[in-house]
Design a protein. Structure first.
Lengths: 109, 109
DNA sequence: TTTATTGTTAAGCATGTACTTAAGTATAAA
DNA sequence: TTTATACTTAAGTACATGCTTAACAATAAA
C-alpha cells in the first residue's frame, strides 16, 4: 500500500496531529520542539509524524547544530487539492444535470 | 483515531481503490458489482471499501431487490477541498512574502 | 423449480499505524 | 567541565487496515 503519491499525501492528512503540524508550518518554518509543544504526545511520536509528512513530500527539514528546522513544501498539497476539486466539480455538475433533467421532464411528480 | 470528519475523509481518499470508486461515482450512480468490476480484488473487499466511504459520509447506497446502488455525496469532498486549499494558499502567500523580503533586502547575496 | 446473480457475513492472516518509555548522542550554555 | 537542551533510536504494545476464502441469503431468470 501507499505506492502512489496521492496515497501518501491523503494518508498524511488523515491525522489531526499531522494536520496541526501543517497548519503551523503554513505560517513559516518551525523546529521539532515548536511543532511538538502544542501536541498532546511525546517528542518521539512527533518525530514519527514528521517522518510521514516528509515521506509524503509535504515537509522538508534540515538540522543545524542540535536544532532541526522544518518547512512546508506545498506542491503535494496542490496535487491533492486538484484531485479533490476535480472530483467534486464533476460530481456536482453531474448532479446539476440530473436535477435539470428532472425539472424539465417533471420527473418524480 | 478517526474521530474527526476530516480524518475519515482523508483516510478514505488515501487508497487507490477507493479513489477509483469515487472517480466512477462522479459520473453517476453505480451498483456494487459495477464498482467492483474494474478493481483487482474480491467483491467482499470492495464492500469494505464501500463501508469506509459510507462512514466518511462520501457515499450513500440503497438496496432494491438484490441490487445495491451507490451514489456520491460531495459535501465532505468540499470540506476536504476547502481545508487543503486554505493551507496551500497560506503556505504559498507566506513563501511569497519571504521571497519578496529577500529580494528587497538583497538577502542571501 | 432449479439455477444463476448479487450481495452479505464470518474467520483468518499479514502488515501498518500510533503511540509509549527508556536510553542514547550531539550541541550549546553556565 | 558539568549540565541542560534538542533531537534520535530502539523496543514494545495495542489496535486498525486490507485483503483472502468459504459459506450463506435473497432475488430474479430460465
Amino acid at each position: 500500500m501507499l505506492n502512489n503519491k496521492l496515497d501518501r499525501t491523503f494518508a498524511a492528512l488523515a491525522n489531526p496531529a499531522r494536520r496541526a503540524m501543517v497548519e503551523r508550518l503554513v505560517a513559516g518554518p518551525a523546529t521539532v520542539s515548536e511543532l511538538a509543544r502544542p501536541l498532546p504526545m511525546s517528542v518521539p511520536a512527533v518525530m514519527l509524524h514528521l517522518k510521514v509528512l516528509e515521506e509524503a513530500g509535504m515537509v522538508e527539514s534540515e538540522k543545524v547544530g542540535r536544532v532541526r528546522t522544518c518547512r512546508l513544501d506545498s506542491a503535494m498539497l496542490s496535487q491533492a487539492e486538484i484531485w479533490v476539486a476535480e472530483q467534486r466539480a464533476m460530481g456536482e455538475s453531474n448532479l446539476d444535470r440530473l436535477v435539470k433533467y428532472l425539472d424539465e421532464t417533471d420527473g418524480g411528480q
